[in-house]
Design a protein around this ligand. Structure first.
Ligand code: SAM
Length: 209
């Protein structure tokens, strides 16, 4: 595990209960996220392979939403505290401690991968390999929904996220990396108000050919 992954794990382990309580309403106050998740789930269902991964699942609230949307989700997170919480909160769902850089999933296995604000802590130079790993586990035609903070700057911007340092991304740069990893991007949704930091929320939906 790299130093930054160790730091991310320790930082999230330290805030499990607080973090989980912040998202206890799941998506009730997040209509745009709900819309993109609904679309993702519909397209995965249409593809016929219902197995999906929620990578960087945190307390598992979105893993449970994926289940409610008719999918068969696995939640993965590098924070053991988050995984313990997710298992306790959703005892019928599957959660496993794992890094999204090396998922314990065979090639061409999943109909979808969700990465909801879980790639924000990844150093920009590591993102190409991380996206390639998500492509590896998806079946042909598999869906990938990734959410992150968007910046109008031309380069990724490092900032002091409340838990541990993170990066916001120019959406076009992120889309270019997805394309390089073999994805075809089909939708981008940008909306206010990500946060007091002045970023927008970005949701990008892509699929493998
Ligand atoms: C901002 S939280 C998002 C959690 C959840 N997806 C949500 O939307 O509420 C980021 C999560 O990603 C996890 N994470 C960060 N880097 C990771 C990595 N390399 N592998 C697996 N999980 C990671 C963290 O432990 C944390 O639970």
């Amino acid at each position: 595990m790299t130093d930054h992954q160790n730091e991310t794990r320790a930082a999230y382990d330290a805030v499990v209960e607080l973090y989980a309580s912040m998202f206890a309403d799941r998506l009730e106050t997040r209509p745009f996220t709900r819309a993109m998740l609904n679309t993702f789930a519909e397209l995965v269902r249409d593809g016929g392979d219902l197995r999906v991964a929620d990578v960087g699942c945190g307390p598992g609230h979105l893993t449970a939403v994926l289940y409610d949307l008719g999918l068969q989700p696995y939640g993965f997170d590098l924070s053991p505290g988050m995984i313990d919480h997710a298992r306790a909160a959703h005892p019928t769902l599957r959660f496993e401690e794992a890094r999204m850089e090396c998922l314990p999933v065979a090639d061409d296995t999943l109909g979808g991968v969700l990465a909801h604000y879980s790639m924000i802590h990844t150093p920009p130079e590591e993102l190409p390999a991380l996206l390639a790993e998500q492509a590896r586990v998806l079946v042909p035609g598999g869906l990938f929904l990734v959410s992150f903070f968007a910046t109008g700057a031309s380069e990724p911007v490092r900032f002091d996220h409340k838990v541990t340092p993170a990066h916001s991304w120019p959406v076009d740069r992120f889309v270019d990396l997805l394309t390089d990893a073999g994805f075809v991007v089909s939708a981008r949704l940008l909306h206010d108000p990500a946060s007091e930091r002045g970023f927008l929320d970005a949701h990008v939906l892509a699929r493998l050919p």
